[in-house]
Write a protein that binds this ligand. Sequence first.
Ligand code: NI
Ligand code: MN
Length: 227
Amino acid sequence: MKFTYYGHSCFLIETNGKKILFDPFISPNELAKDKVDISHIECDYIAISHGHFDHIADAESIAKRTNATIICAYELYEYFSKKGLTNFRPMNVGGKWTADFGTVKCVSAVHSSNLPDGNYGASPMGFVFNTNEGDFYYSGDTALTMDMQLIPRWSKLKFAILPIGDNFTMDVDDAIAAADFVQCNKIIGVHYDTFGFIKIDHDVAKEKVSKAGKDLILVDIGATIEV
Ligand code: NI
Ligand code: MN
């Protein structure tokens, strides 16, 4: 499996020959806009965790160019449909879907969600993916929550993609506890540094995770790693 980081909570996972883009937010991101050429991003699917601007900003343009299938909450499907998009898998928390990449299950996230036009953005979600190349979890924006303890019932995670920026989501300490809950020792950190509120000290974060017997991977924007 390959993981490419596009900054904030935007990344691309390549598995079973399929490309899944998550929470596209690149052109408004000062840290990413000069490092990532959006017009070159290819994807088969776009998974969106919730309606906040910092998770959907580039979804419409990328979906229109690539004709990727958007995996999102039903209410987000209604929002993007009005913008002329036609290729969706509308879902909701608790549901799962088996497609050519494997199976995706929508899981709960403790956060908020509205859309840029003021419409209700549905319950925020995380995703558990089961694939031939391994299982992974992207929590979306969330607080640490007891519900995460359910995730090992459905998966044996290779890695977990967790927010670590604090203020709007978990900080690194809560992400360590989350990794315990989901029984995973490999954390890829997201949702940090993008804005003043969520700037973190990378060395301190890595040391805390390492002391907990786990790995924190902070991928350079634009870089691809094997996971
Ligand atoms: Ni959010
Ligand atoms: Mn966010």
